[in-house]
Design a protein around this ligand. Structure first.
Ligand code: 4AD
Ligand code: MG
Length: 432
């Protein structure tokens, strides 16, 4: 067939013209006139099949359509008198592929059922909106770092050593070398890039064998990790704030329809875009948490509930900085003014969302780092290449990691990260 098909996203500029479309039927309402809710992946459009306008065979076919069957049609693009959106007055219609008993119907299904049918669930309007916002965030991240002079330095996924502690490593057999781990973070491979490229980033999948079933944890998630030479904690907080604002501006401009589908109130996102991010030291935030009713003690890491309590009380993202060294990773620089503190900073998102970014300044003193490696039960021989960064021109450097799914969850205001990624991997979830 040599018909030129139009994508639904282009219909606004085709009002008054006759077009050919193809896609899948979300829903049909048949009375005398038949109303087809059509989806082609680029958008949604209502197609009206009237006995007077459509040819008789097409009118007949329209009466037999089922949910998720595929069709092609031709018709006139007109503007819906109430919504102002384009709609199609159908002339001809043809069934391309049938669909019998599509499992996901407009009624309510439990989350377990939807997760089992994730491949089909992706066809829903809500999932469409989320995945398109995820795409836009991904693209904005790349554009931000590319435009800012960072070089993309892809990190390996199969690695010989731990970055974020040994308790959350997935391992696999690796020929004569014995065991390999799935990367928890590309950071250790960004740091050697600093003397080579000045500013680098990686953006890829990372893995944590987290035995926690929470609304924030995946076992496989995407992380963007920039690293900068001649930079410290302050630079991390400034860079992270600029990046998050760049992302927010992009989503608020380019994904208006999707945010509407999700019924996302954009006022808090606009506030985050327009206000300066807040800052608090860990010590100040523990005091604040106690005021808010948490039973946290100084020296303990925040629990999910602590982050929620703290961020329900904030109208903008919050940088928490200078944590106790005791629960932070081996590579963190210590605070020269208080050696018990690590020069790390986490960005917590408002509306109760909590940590989306973790980062900080990297230790550069060789003896300190060797002591840390030993103290954390790591084997120095696995880190010799990492130590070389300090041996040969080891200058101050810093960076951070942002989990893409945490950012998507906040920006879309989703109750759980499982909807932020096409095929979520969590404890207890490996299929489909
Ligand atoms: O705070 P994390 O563990 O920091 C690092 O991995 C550093 N090496 C990053 C760096 O400095 N280059 O993880 C960074 C971010 C978190 O703030 C969170 O957004 C996300 O990664 N993250 C997870 N997202 C989903 N599921 C999990 N299990 C996650 N663990 C971390
Ligand atoms: Mg963290």
């Amino acid at each position: 067939m040599s018909v030129a098909f139009t994508e639904v996203r282009h219909l606004k500029s085709r009002v008054g013209e006759e077009v050919a479309l193809r896609g899948w039927v979300r829903n049909v309402r048949t009375s005398k006139t038949r109303f087809i809710d059509l989806r082609d992946g680029s958008g949604f459009v209502q197609c009206v099949v009237g006995a007077a306008e459509a040819d008789p065979a097409s009118y007949e076919t329209a009466g037999q359509l089922t949910q998720e069957c595929a069709i092609a049609l031709t018709g006139l693009v007109q503007t819906h008198p109430k919504t102002g959106e384009p709609e199609i007055l159908v002339k001809t219609l043809q069934l391309l592929a049938g669909s019998v008993d599509f499992p996901i119907t407009p009624k309510d299904h439990g989350i377990e059922f939807l997760m089992e049918n994730r491949t089909l669930w992706l066809r829903s309007k809500r999932q469409w909106a989320i995945i398109r916002i995820r795409h836009t965030i991904s693209k904005a991240i790349r554009d931000f770092f590319d435009e800012d002079g960072f070089t993309l330095l892809d990190a390996p996924i199969l690695t010989p050593s731990a970055c974020e502690g040994t308790s959350t490593l997935f391992s696999t057999d690796y020929f004569h070398e014995g065991v390999a781990f799935l990367s928890q973070s590309g950071q250790l491979y960004q740091e050697p890039g600093v003397p080579a490229f000045g500013k680098t980033y990686c953006f890829g999948p990372t893995f944590r064998a987290e035995k926690s079933k929470t609304r924030r944890h995946l076992t496989e998630f995407w992380m963007v990790e920039p690293e900068m030479a001649f930079a410290g904690l302050e630079d991390v907080m400034q860079l992270g704030e600029r990046m998050v604002k760049f992302i927010l501006a992009r989503v608020l401009t380019d994904r208006v329809e999707e945010l509407k589908i999700l019924e996302r109130d954009v006022a808090p996102l606009e506030a985050a875009l327009n206000l300066g991010f807040a800052r608090m030291s860990y010590t100040e935030s523990v005091a604040k948490l106690k005021e808010l009713g948490s039973d946290i003690n100084w020296g303990e890491d925040f629990g999910n509930d602590d982050e929620t309590i703290l961020m329900n009380a904030m109208d903008r993202p919050l940088w928490v900085h200078r944590f106790p060294k005791s629960f932070k990773a081996f590579y963190m620089e210590y605070d020269r003014e208080n050696p018990d503190l690590a020069m790390g900073a986490d960005l917590l998102a408002p509306e109760g969302y909590g940590e989306v970014i973790g980062g900080g300044e990297r230790a550069i003193d060789m003896q300190y780092l060797l002591d840390q490696i030993k103290h954390h039960g790591l084997d120095q021989k696995d880190y010799e290449w990492y130590l070389d960064v300090r041996r040969f021109g080891g200058v101050q450097h810093a960076g951070f990691g942002m989990g893409l799914e945490r950012a998507v969850a906040w920006i879309c205001k989703l109750p759980h990260v499982r909807e932020t990624i096409p095929y979520p991997r969590m404890m207890g979830t490996l299929r489909p």
